[in-house]
Design a protein around this ligand. Structure first.
Ligand SMILES: Nc1ncnc2c1ncn2[C@@H]1O[C@H](COP(=O)(O)OP(=O)(O)OP(=O)(O)O)[C@@H](O)[C@H]1O
Ligand SMILES: CC(C)(CO)[C@@H](O)C(=O)NCCC(=O)O
Length: 403
C-alpha cells in the first residue's frame, strides 16, 4: 500500500476510531497502475457544529422530515494500492471488514479468502468514463477548496458557481490519458486521448533511471535540470530567442535532443536530469493536447485529474505554463485535490442509481450551511481552510439511508 494510504488507515484506527467502526459502502477503481478505494464509515460521534444545531443523535440526523430515511454522518476515506500488489489490497479490505458491507448473512471469519471471493463476485461494474465525470462533478460541486490553479509556484483555490461549471474539459492522466468534454451531470463525450501518459513516464523512467518507485522518480526529477539533455531554441539559434515566431531561447526545441549529438552513454547523464526531461516532455505534451481539445470545443476550463499529477509542483507548473502559453492566457489549467480518486468516487456515487442497496446519498452540497468539508491529516481533523491535503484527504459527509 502507498505510504500516504497507510497514513489514512492508521489515522482512521487511532484518532478516528469512531468513524472506522461502521464501514457501510465501498467503491473500487482498478486501473492499469493503481487500485483506488473510496469507502464510507459512519461516525457515532458528531461534529460540534452539528451538535450546535441539535439535529444529530448517535450520528443519525432525524431532521430529514421523511420517516423512511435517516441521515448518517461519517467520512469518505481514500486509499490506493499498486495494481500489481492486489493481494495487499485484499488484505486491507479484509482487515477493515470492508468486504462485509451490506451483508445480510453472518459469514465465517476464519475463511477470509472465500469471504472476499464471495463479495467480489457481487461487485457491480460501472462505466469508467461516466464514473470519472460523476466523481469530478461531485468534487467540483460539493467540496470546498477542491479545485486550484498552479502557476509560477503560486497555488490559488478556485470556487466555481454550480451554474457556471459547464462546459469544461476533464483530462484524466492515469496510465493513459482520456480527455472528456463535460456538459452536465452525466452529459459528456470522450473527445480525445493519448497513450503517452503516466504509464509512459513511469515505464520509461524506470528503464532509464533504474528507480524502484514512482515517488523516487518524481523526487529525482525534482532535483534535475532538463537543459542538460533537452535541446533548447537557444542551442540552435546561437543563444538567442527566435522572437519572430514567439519562441524564447529557453523554450525546448527538442526533448532529449542534446543526446543525439553529445555521443554520451546513458550512464554519463545524471538520473536526475533524465527524470526531469522526461517529466517535462510528458507534461508538456499532455498540456498541449489538452489545450488543442479545449480550443476545438471553445472550452475555457481544463481540469486535470489522475494519479500522474500527484500534486507535484513541477508537473502542474509545466502543464499550466503550456496551457497558458498556447491559449495566450485564454484557457486555464485547474487541478483537483482528490485528483486520483475521480473514478472511485464516481463509482461510489453509483449506489444511488443502480439500486443494489437501499441507499441514496445526500452530500454536503445540500447542507453547506452546516456541514463543512473536513480533512484528515497528520495533525488530526482540520478545517479544509487549513489543511494541505493531497490524495489522502477524508471528506466529511452525510449519507441518506433508507430505514
Ligand atoms: N505509487 C505509484 N505507483 C505507480 N504509479 C503511480 C504512483 N503514484 C502515481 N503514479 C502515476 O499514476 C499513474 C496511474 O494513475 P491512475 O491511477 O490515475 O490511473 P490508472 O487508473 O492506473 O490508469 P488507467 O486509467 O489508464 O487505467 C501511473 O502511470 C503513474 O504515472
Ligand atoms: C484505456 C483507458 C481509458 C483505461 O483507463 C486509458 O488508459 C486511456 O484513455 N488511454 C489512452 C487511449 C487513447 O486514447 O489513445
Amino acid at each position: 500500500m502507498e505510504g500516504d494510504g497507510i497514513k489514512v488507515a492508521k489515522l482512521g484506527e487511532k484518532e478516528y476510531k469512531e468513524c472506522e467502526d461502521q464501514v457501510s459502502h465501498l467503491a473500487l477503481d482498478i486501473g492499469g497502475s493503481l487500485i483506488k478505494i473510496v469507502y464510507f464509515s459512519s461516525s457515532s460521534s458528531c461534529s460540534s457544529d452539528d451538535q450546535k444545531h441539535g439535529i444529530l443523535k448517535d450520528g443519525i440526523d432525524t431532521s430529514s422530515g421523511n420517516l423512511n430515511y435517516k441521515f448518517v454522518t461519517g467520512r469518505l476515506h481514500f486509499v490506493k494500492f499498486e495494481t500489481s500488489k492486489i493481494s495487499e489490497c485484499i488484505k486491507f479490505i479484509s482487515s477493515k471488514s470492508l468486504h462485509h458491507y451490506g451483508d445480510q448473512d453472518d459469514e465465517d471469519p476464519a475463511s477470509d479468502k472465500s469471504i472476499i471471493k464471495v463479495n467480489f463476485s457481487r461487485l457491480d461494474k460501472v462505466d469508467e468514463m461516466s464514473c470519472l465525470v460523476a466523481g469530478a462533478n461531485f468534487l467540483l460541486k460539493a467540496v470546498q477548496r477542491e479545485a486550484f490553479t498552479y502557476m509560477n509556484g503560486q497555488k490559488e483555490y478556485v470556487q466555481i458557481a454550480h451554474e457556471d461549471l459547464y462546459p469544461y474539459l476533464l483530462v484524466n492522466v492515469g496510465s493513459g490519458v482520456s480527455m472528456i468534454k463535460v456538459d452536465g451531470d452525466n452529459e459528456f463525450e470522450r473527445v480525445s486521448g493519448t497513450s503517452v501518459g503516466g504509464g509512459t513516464f513511469w515505464g520509461l523512467g524506470k528503464l532509464l533511471t533504474k528507480c524502484k518507485s514512482f515517488d523516487e522518480l518524481l523526487e529525482l526529477s525534482h532535483q534535475g535540470n532538463n537543459r542538460v539533455i533537452d535541446m533548447l531554441v537557444g542551442d540552435i539559434y546561437g543563444g538567442t530567442d527566435y522572437s519572430k515566431i514567439g519562441l524564447t531561447s529557453t523554450t525546448i526545441a527538442s526533448s532529449f535532443g542534446k543526446a543525439v549529438s553529445e555521443n554520451k552513454e546513458l550512464e554519463e547523464y545524471r538520473a536526475e536530469d533524465v527524470a526531469r526531461s522526461l517529466l517535462r516532455m510528458i507534461s508538456n505534451n499532455i498540456g498541449q493536447i489538452a489545450y488543442l481539445n479545449a480550443l476545438r470545443f471553445g472550452l475555457k476550463r481544463i481540469f486535470f485529474g489522475g494519479f500522474f499529477i500527484r500534486g507535484h509542483e513541477y508537473t502542474m507548473d509545466t502543464i499550466s505554463v503550456g496551457v497558458h502559453f498556447w491559449s495566450k492566457g485564454e484557457a486555464k489549467a485547474l487541478f483537483l485535490r482528490h485528483e486520483g480518486f475521480l473514478g472511485a468516487l464516481g463509482a461510489f456515487r453509483n449506489y444511488e442509481k443502480n439500486g443494489f442497496t437501499d441507499v441514496t446519498h445526500e452530500f454536503m452540497e445540500q447542507h453547506s450551511s452546516k456541514a463543512k468539508s473536513s480533512f484528515c491529516t497528520g495533525d488530526g481533523l482540520q478545517s479544509s481552510t487549513h489543511a494541505d491535503v493531497k490524495d489522502n484527504g477524508c471528506i466529511e459527509c452525510r449519507v441518506q439511508v433508507r430505514n
